[in-house]
Write a protein that binds this ligand. Structure first.
Ligand code: ZN
Length: 248
């Protein structure tokens, strides 16, 4: 009996410690799993695709920049027209198209003939955490024969957007596709968000200038930019939602 009792007590002690061990293991596993979940929560986007916290559709933020302005006229076209003016009227057309589309919200760097520093243009995009800044320009060259569309970028994260815009605009206008080029313009180097310069065509080429200054030509470019952006952002997460917000 005595022996049995001792053995029994021993057994129950073993059982109790096994139970404690089991409980500890469960707690450990729970903590590990819990910890993994919290790490995942930090790395995966908090907001589901195309939905804000309130459930409203998320808009892609596009800054539309009409190149030059005020004391800086930009290129002088074959007809003597200033680039800054056609850039502005094209910017209005793009802004109107994107503004009507629930997929986008826009800001313009200028809405009249004023000079704005290049760094202030990119700053607007940076502070707004825009999905892109698109700077609109017309090209220039000493040889009037030179023509075609080209799109400039500086940072790697802008190449895909530059390519999408380049191909759509060139195709729509039927211009020579000069491709995308890496360049170090201030607006491209100071932008922290994807940034491109679209040179729809050469204003120094008389035929191209005529097309780019015409209402039809401008609308063609604006439509192409809108179409390219719709295709490019389809199924994508807005850039401003992937940027971690600063802690309060
Ligand atoms: Zn320009």
């Amino acid at each position: 009996m005595g022996r049995n009792r001792i053995r029994k007590r021993g057994k129950s002690i073993n059982r109790a410690s096994a139970l404690v061990l089991l409980l500890l293991s469960i707690i450990m596993i729970f903590l590990i799993v819990q910890n993994n979940f919290s790490i995942n929560d930090l790395t995966s986007p908090v907001v589901p695709l195309h939905k804000s916290n309130s459930g409203a559709p998320v808009k892609f933020r596009i800054v539309i920049d009409a190149g030059h302005g005020g004391k800086d006229p930009g290129a002088t076209g074959a007809s003597g027209a200033y680039e800054k003016d056609s850039n502005l009227s094209l910017a209005f057309r793009v802004n109107e198209l994107l503004g009507q589309d629930p997929m986008f919200e826009t800001k313009m760097t200028r809405t009249d003939d004023q000079f704005i520093e290049l760094v202030d243009r990119s700053k607007l995009a940076n502070e707004w955490k825009a999905d892109a800044i698109i700077s609109l320009h017309g090209n220039t060259y000493e040889d009037q024969e030179v023509s075609g569309t080209e799109t400039l970028y500086e940072q790697e994260h802008s190449i895909a957007l530059a390519t999408a815009l380049q191909n759509q605009v060139s195709k729509a206008l039927g211009t020579r596709n000069r491709g995308v080029k890496q360049d170090e313009y201030i607006i491209l180097t100071t932008a922290e968000v994807p940034a491109v310069i679209v040179e729809s065509g050469y204003l120094t080429n008389p035929d191209e200038e005529e097309m780019l200054l015409s209402s039809q030509g401008q609308q063609t470019v604006a439509d192409a930019i809108h179409k390219a952006l719709k295709k490019f952002y389809k199924g994508k997460q807005p850039f401003h939602l992937t940027v971690p917000s600063e802690s309060p």
